[in-house]
Design a protein around this ligand. Sequence first.
Ligand code: ZN
Length: 200
Amino acid sequence: MKIFAIGRNYAEHAKELGNEVPSEPVIFMKPDTALLELGDDFRYPEFSQEIHYELEVVLHVSKHGRNISRESAREYFDAVTVGIDFTARDLQAKCKAKGLPWEISKSFDGSAAVGQFVQVPESPEYDFTLLKNGTLCQAGNTRDMLNDCESLIHAISRYFTLNPGDLIFTGTPSGVGPVAVGDVFEGFLADQSLLKCAIL
Ligand code: ZN
């Protein structure tokens, strides 16, 4: 099982960027040991002082394929949920400054929290939100993706064979922020609560 993730897939101001030609998606990966399964809590790692939450829509890949066209990409995922791409922002900043790969900041154990998968909504535009200790802390809508789900599958499959069970974190909208020990996060897709995760 592979976990793909996409960097910078939402413009900060959707209207300003609505007419821009989408740039190439930024693709990175997390190993299967990054998966934080439904019901598991997140353990704050000792190597970081600045873990951030990034709420994202996550696709469940249902079919084997490579070099998938954008037109047929919808056949390759059968469920969606929300997930949290936990990021060690302090380590990431150091890696970026030195031009180094950022895996230690993005792909460590437990960094990919995944909610309960549900049917793909009929409309490709849906809200997703994150509550921190019961208060809204991040909200997005898939219409604001620079590269939509089909485009992401097309782009990823140019380089990587997709297999059933692979997951795709589709990028985070603005509003990311720090997590602290004791916080409890709850993620929603539209009005469905699909993810609960405490920080230990
Ligand atoms: Zn992310």
